[in-house]
Write a protein that binds this ligand. Structure first.
Ligand code: ZN
Ligand code: ZN
Length: 460
């Protein structure tokens, strides 16, 4: 990939911003003052959207909000978003969009053609998570369902995809009623199964860019408590991380716990392997590079006096640099095999990769181009340059199909609570938490205003 140098440049920028942040932490009085200023400027935010943008949003907001509540109360798990997709399809059809359902499973594609011009894609996810909602909201989800393994699980829109969908439909309404302000083809995509990584590739395999027009540009957003509602964050270049999941099976030779000399103990090999894996980030990767190697589970054995035949480890690896990613995956293989060999195992460990995805790379030129229209719609102070995040997301699949994109952050935090948490040095509940509850009114209004501004600029 020719983006390696851009990635490096990006990381240097991120580093200096981080250093400034750290410096700020050592000056509590200044920090307090800054917090007061933040509170002051944030409370004024609701009126920050410029007149024309906010008037347009108000015409579609009641319906968008009603849809948000309906979606929030009826969340569905990944790849099972049938009611969700049907709701979206019905709304978009009534707005005049040509809607195709069941694209790559439960995915939907809605097209609005408006003369000649570019094709621009706006994407939302459809799925919710197996989380029990504890927000105490009057419209909190009480839904339970069976997961794919047959277990009864609670379901919650704990990642905010309900807000993304409501925003997309609100945006769709504004665009449909203002066709004199843009031309080209608007393509709205409702993607299933983002949380399990697979929905985006499923839609592409089902002809997303062959049965439908291939977009010249792509746009998506994600709500989170890392920014106050009313603001959006642009991250040019690297936006998040590569994610690799690994399952490692270590083979030993089982036997009696009282006769270890007749066995090859896979638990001891697993223990040594786990510790040795920790040296990859600390001893092998160049300091300063993002390198996360987490062993999330260890499974072995049934009884205290039995040495089992095998042990299994589950890993997640997060990186931002393709070379570092390759280096880490190679080191995991080398260390795992060598530890087994050192213990005299007669069979090589099995290393399997699953649920992997590449990082989302925001086209820097596009990010630069879209800043001005976003500032015009939201107010200059409400568009900030944000640092890359450590999560992952399969929107990267669309970018790899050759679609330059902007994936931006939408502030979801109650501005007052955000400022208080900053002052106290605490964090508000993150996405996937049972307490995750975006400050809907400002966040949803901002999402619609931002999407409309971006689409109009790209569909000139
Ligand atoms: Zn999520
Ligand atoms: Zn999400």
């Amino acid at each position: 990939m020719g983006v390696a140098s851009k990635i490096q440049e990006q990381q240097n920028l991120g580093g200096s911003a981080f250093a400034r942040l750290m410096l700020a932490r050592y000056h509590p009085p200044i920090m307090k003052m800054a917090t007061l200023l933040v509170v002051f400027s944030l409370t004024a935010f609701a009126f920050a959207q410029t007149g024309a943008a906010s008037k347009e949003v108000e015409t579609v907001y009641p319906q968008a909000h009603e849809l948000y509540v309906a979606l929030h109360q009826n969340p569905e798990l990944s790849a099972h978003e049938t009611q969700t997709a049907a709701k979206l399809a019905a709304r978009l059809r009534s707005l005049g969009y040509e809607v195709t359902e069941h694209v790559g499973g439960t995915g939907i594609v809605a097209i609005l053609k408006n003369g000649s011009g570019p094709t621009v894609m706006l994407r939302t996810e459809l799925d919710a998570l197996p989380v029990e909602e504890k927000t105490g909201l009057p419209y909190a989800s009480k839904v339970h369902t069976k997961d794919d393994a047959g277990n009864d699980v609670p379901v919650m829109h704990a990642c905010g995809h309900d807000l993304h969908m409501a925003s997309l439909v609100g945006t769709a309404a504004v665009m449909a009623q203002s066709k004199n302000s843009w031309h080209g083809t608007l393509m709205l995509v409702g993607q299933p199964a983002e949380e399990t990584i697979g929905g985006a590739s499923g839609m592409v395999k089902d002809g997303l860019f062959t049965r439908f027009p291939k977009p010249d540009f792509g746009v998506a957003l994600h709500v989170g408590n890392n920014l106050p509602a009313g603001q959006i964050g642009i991250t040019p270049g690297v936006y998040n991380t590569n994610a690799d999941s690994l399952r490692i099976t270590i083979y030993g030779k089982g036997g009696h716990g009282a006769s270890p000399h007749t066995t090859i103990d896979p638990i001891v090999i697993a223990a040594r392997t786990i510790l040795a894996l920790q040296t990859i980030a600390s001893r092998e990767v160049k300091p300063g590079e993002l390198a996360i190697v987490t062993v999330g589970y260890v499974r072995a054995g049934t009884k205290n006096n039995i040495i089992p035949d095998q042990a299994e480890l589950g890993l997640t690896v997060r990186t931002r640099n393709e070379a570092v990613r390759k280096q880490i995956l190679a080191a995991i293989t080398r260390i795992t095999k060598a530890e087994a060999q050192a213990a005299g195992a007669t069979r090589e460990p099995l290393i399997e990769q699953f649920e992997g995805t590449n990082l989302v790379f925001n086209d820097p030129a596009l990010a630069g181009r879209l800043r001005a229209p976003l500032e015009a719609a939201l107010g200059k102070d409400n568009v900030i340059t944000a640092e890359p995040i450590t999560a992952s997301e399969d929107y990267s699949v669309f970018i790899e199909q050759g679609i330059p994109s902007l994936y931006f952050s939408l502030g979801g935090a109650d501005p007052k609570k955000y400022a208080e948490a900053k002052a106290e040095g605490t964090n508000l509940p993150s996405n996937h938490s049972p307490f995750f509850a975006p400050d809907v009114d400002p966040a949803l209004r901002t999402g619609i205003a931002a999407e409309v501004a971006v689409l109009r600029n790209l569909l000139r």
